[in-house]
Each structure stands twice: as C-alpha cells, then as structure tokens.
Design a protein around this ligand. Sequence first.
Ligand SMILES: Cc1cc2nc3c(=O)[nH]c(=O)nc-3n(C[C@H](O)[C@H](O)[C@H](O)COP(=O)(O)OP(=O)(O)OC[C@H]3O[C@@H](n4cnc5c(N)ncnc54)[C@H](O)[C@@H]3O)c2cc1C
Ligand code: FES
Ligand code: FES
Length: 468
Amino acid sequence: MAADESPGMVLLDFIRYHQHLAGTKIGCREGDCGACTVLVGELIHDELQYHSVTSCLVPLGNAAGKHIVTIEGVNPVTGSGTASPGLTPVQKAMADAGATQCGFCTPGFVMSLTGFCLNDTEASKENAVAAIDGNICRCTGYKSIERAADKIVDLLKKRKNENILQFVTAQKILPEYFTGIKEKLQNLAAGKKTPALTDTAALDKRPHFVGGGTDLYVQKHDEMKEADIYFLFNQPGLDSIHKEGNKCFIGPSVTVSDLQQSPIIQEAFPSFNRYAKLVSSTPIRNMATIAGNFINASPIGDFTIFFLALDAQLILSDGKTKRTLPLRKLYKGYKTLDKTPGEHIEQIWFELPGKNTRFHFEKVSKRTHLDIASVNTAIFIKMNGDSIGRVGIAAGGVGPVPLYLQKTAAFLKGKNVTEQLIREAIKIMQTEITPISDARGTKEYKTLLLGQLIKAHFMELFPPLIFV
Ligand SMILES: Cc1cc2nc3c(=O)[nH]c(=O)nc-3n(C[C@H](O)[C@H](O)[C@H](O)COP(=O)(O)OP(=O)(O)OC[C@H]3O[C@@H](n4cnc5c(N)ncnc54)[C@H](O)[C@@H]3O)c2cc1C
Ligand code: FES
Ligand code: FES
C-alpha cells in the first residue's frame, strides 16, 4: 500500500499506530527482544526471498517496494476478508508444545519460525533454533519452544522437490495469496525510482546514509524520524559481492547475512558462519551492513575487526570525487573519522586469502549470543615457507578505536611460529593497547584476555602448538 508517512518513521509504529495491527508487539525498541519481528519479502535477482527483521529498527524507507508480513498476515484469509481463526502449523506447534504462556513474545517466535520455513536452509533442529536466536521469552522457558521447533522441522522434512512457496502454501504454513506476491513486487519494482549515488543534488543535502539502521535507530531514534535520509537498500546493485582476480569487492548495502550466503566468502573463510553466529542475531544480521559497522566506529565492531586484519580498503565518494583509504586509517579518535560528512563508502575491497594463508576471529562477551564483545580480535597470516610472510592483526575493546596492531604485526613478520615468539608478541601488543575499565571488564582483565585470544589464534592456526 502507499504510505504518506515520513520514510524515517519505523515500520513498527506504522504497523501498530497507522495500520492498527496490534499483533506485532513492542518490547525493547532496540532490536534485542524480537517481540516486533516481521518478515520482509523482496525480489533478489528476480527471486522472491523472505527474511526476518525487527520492525522497531526498520525505517519505512527500507520497507518500500517490499512485502511486509505481520502475524496477522500468516493466517488464511476467509471469504469475508478477515483472518481465519484456525492455527497455522507453526502456531499449532507452539500451542501443542506448551511454548506460550503470557503470549507477549509468541507473535515474534511465530514470525521467526515461519521465516525459517521460507528459508532454503536444511531442515534441522540446529537451524530452527538459530532462526529464533533474536527472540526472548521471559515466562515459558526455552525447552518447550525448542520442542515446537522440532515439530516444525519434522513437517519441513516432508518437502520433496516442490519449491518452497508451493510447499509452505500447500501445508498452510502461509496462505495461498503468497503465490501472487512475486508478480506484485515485479510491478512495484518497474515503477520505482531512487536517486543514484552519483546524484549530486541528492547528496548535496548531506543526507544520513542508512543501511540497515541497526545502529542509527538505536542511537538517534527520534532524530531519524524527520531526517533527510539516503536509503542505501533502495538502490539496485549496491548489495553486490564479487571477485576481480584475487580481490573481493563488497557493496555498501551488503549485510552480514549476504556475506553468510556468499559462495565467495564461504570458500575464502570456511568458518565464516561460526564467526557470524557470535554477532547479534538472525534478524539483526539480516539488516546490518558491513559499511554501517565500519562507519559506526564502535571500538568493538566485530566486522570492523574482521576486515581490519585483512587490511581492507575503502572507496569513499562524495558523488563527485573518489578516493581509496585503508580501513586502518579511517579511525582518528573515538568516533572521529577521516571522512567528510558528504562522503560515503561506495565499495569495500580486500585481497582474498589464498594459498598458504590462514585467518581466525575470536570474540569474548558476557553472553555467548546476542551480546557485544568485551574483547574481539582477528588475525590474517600469509606464510612464506616456514616463516610468517605477511600478517595483519586487529583487536577491539582495548582502545578508543578498533585497533590495527601495527607493532605486533611488524614484530611477527619474517619469524617462525614458536611458543616463545607468541609470548614476546603479546608483550609488544600490550604496548599498543589502552584499555579502560568499564561494564565489560577491568583494563587488567581485557589486557590478559587479549593475550589469551592471541594464543588462541595461534593454537587454532598452528596445531599442535600449545601454551603450557
Ligand atoms: C540488537 C543488536 C545487536 C547488535 N550486535 C552487534 C554485535 O554483536 N557486533 C557488532 O559489531 N555490532 C552489533 N550491533 C550493531 C550493528 O548491528 C552493526 O554495527 C551493523 O553492522 C550496523 O550496520 P547498519 O547497516 O545497520 O548501520 P546503520 O545504522 O544504517 O548506519 C550506521 C552508521 O553508518 C553510516 N553508514 C551506513 N552505511 C554507510 C555508507 N555506505 N557510507 C557512509 N556511511 C554509512 C550511517 O550514516 C550511520 O552513521 C548490534 C545492533 C543491535 C541493534
Ligand atoms: S521491540 Fe524489541 S526487538 Fe523490536
Ligand atoms: S510467553 Fe510470556 S514472554 Fe514468552
């Protein structure tokens, strides 16, 4: 439908206060609880794909031209146009497993699990539970919710060769009208016009660049409602991940989930999904861009640390001129960047790991999942025979900016890996960091922790090396 509201308004408010659809709940308004989860359907390479998002962080501008599915939209519609009182198999699984008590979180769980049914991932308990990693329940307890997830997995295992949409509509997981959505979105796409990133008139207004909005809508929620915004998700082609020779190029609207699904990234970093699961939750990863992670400039930004170790390069543009800047030179001080307000990240590129290279990422937080890091670190090594030919090492949570550990890397270069070498490297690392004591740990703890994580890098990458 056409909405006249400000494109900066969040989808959650539009759903509840303008559409009066009260099934989507408001909890934290910060992307943490999942009570506001909805599904977003969009055409990707002309294929209709759905993913879960937390509607409290989605600006209406990011919903434009897409199919937004709330809890009211999953039930079959009766002849009179109202939702039928019957339960979908997902809702029934939740009810039969006793997975709902007060019910406040239930619409969010149902939407995440319905999103899982629409995904092309393997029907396994592990994947079903991963799909609800952004949903919190305060009163039922998770075991019964897991049992509900088991029932859904059993149903999905019945799928043979039919396409997903055929299967989910046949099983009444979603109503029949979903089969006509692709055509509707194709018609909408044909009429859509978004200013290009080279449109200097649009850029001269110094808009807020919004990727997923998962930082901006937590930090500047009220300001964003009326702000002048450039919606990166609405510009075709900005979500590309491609290879040229041994370089990988990442567009400014590429999300963490896009990287997880990219064959280029899977091949280069076989453990990428394991690392990504330590970062936020499924609905946040579905929205969070890599460029947004860099520009947010959090000293503990996980993908900033990941790409710092790879010595990633940024192509910055103000619409008229472009320049290349190493990511490690972007950070001049706490949240101070070598970037003018009119400049945006047009592309990110890095050299793909190849023969004789090793890469590892470590993150420690108070909770394993859905928590920001106390300390995180990544390392990239290219071996030259038995010695370290090239090395990039980065660490977060140990200074006012994400740190590229220049001196530690210079010390390691050209040497053979031994227990003694790593111990000496850790001493050098300690001269490069300036951690402070805060809610995530004392400075002594963080210093010790980073040392242990550096040992963990080498134990992982150079077995059977151990530290006694
Ligand atoms: C519940 C929750 C959990 C989270 N957990 C983690 C976590 O575990 N680890 C972690 O690192 N982060 C975490 N985050 C933070 C956030 O998700 C990431 O930093 C994310 O990568 C930001 O991307 P975005 O597209 O949403 O940024 P946005 O909010 O859209 O933008 C962030 C900033 O970048 C600017 N920007 C975006 N794209 C560009 C561009 N191309 N050029 C110039 N400027 C640009 C925006 O103007 C803004 O200043 C979490 C957030 C939430 C809400
Ligand atoms: S209201 Fe909690 S995630 Fe949106
Ligand atoms: S059923 Fe009450 S919060 Fe989950």
